[in-house]
Design a protein around this ligand. Structure first.
Ligand SMILES: CCC1=C(C)/C(=C/C2=NC(=C\c3[nH]c(/C=C4\NC(=O)[C@H](C)[C@H]4CC)c(C)c3CCC(=O)O)/C(CCC(=O)O)=C2C)NC1=O
Length: 169
């Protein structure tokens, strides 16, 4: 599992080089956004259950067929599994936000996920939509918590979306 700093060190160490201008710039930008990243994580943590619940309601409102007979989230067990997955995405996205790097998502969440989803008939498109809805809610919460320049919030959610969609061929 890597963060913005260890990733940079690894790349420069492989080449046996000192940090150059680019490396210093990316270190600066990581540390300058550090407090905001931690504030964003705190805002998410204190509202996580509500964020997941709200995102789930919105998703099922948009795509009610998911929770009707024949839908993948139909039955209490599968409904709960769906919200639990959303909670995983939120928690690991928060780790990635703090790390300034999406490696934790690749290693702990996305690896093998497509195969699992395909074998269980979990639809990728609606899952991606759920992640995007959650991103929008998180951005509102983070802004409401007074975090300025919180553009970095998009990154982990968009990474999940991109990876899930690209693999769904
Ligand atoms: C921490 C990393 C991690 C992830 C990401 C993860 C996902 C994950 N989601 C699963 C199931 C599931 N995932 C969903 C999700 C959904 N169905 C829908 O229609 C919606 C679109 C969507 C919610 C947004 C559902 C309904 C199941 C249960 C499917 C079944 O058992 O038939 C399963 C199968 C095993 C189980 O039911 O627990 C895994 C492994 N597990 C992990 O350990």
């Amino acid at each position: 599992m890597r963060d913005a700093v260890t990733t940079l060190i690894k790349n420069y160490d492989v080449a046996g080089r000192y940090f150059d201008r680019n490396a210093i710039d990316s270190l600066k930008s990581y540390f300058e956004s550090g407090t905001a990243r931690v504030q964003a994580a705190a805002a998410i943590n204190s509202n996580a259950a509500a964020i997941v619940k709200q995102a789930g309601s919105k998703l099922f409102e948009e795509l009610p067929e998911l929770i009707r007979p024949g839908g993948n989230a139909y039955t209490t067990r599968r409904y709960a599994a769906c919200l639990r997955d959303m909670d995983y995405y939120l928690r690991y996205a928060t780790y990635a936000l703090v790390a300034g790097n999406t490696n934790v998502l690749d290693e702990r969440v996305l690896q093998g996920l497509r195969e699992t989803y395909n074998s269980l008939g979990v639809p990728i498109g609606p899952t991606v939509r759920g992640v995007q809805i959650m991103k929008d809610i998180v951005k509102e919460q983070v802004a409401a918590a007074g975090v300025a320049n919180a553009a970095f919030v998009d990154e982990p959610f968009d990474h999940i979306t991109r990876e899930l969609s690209e693999q769904d061929v």
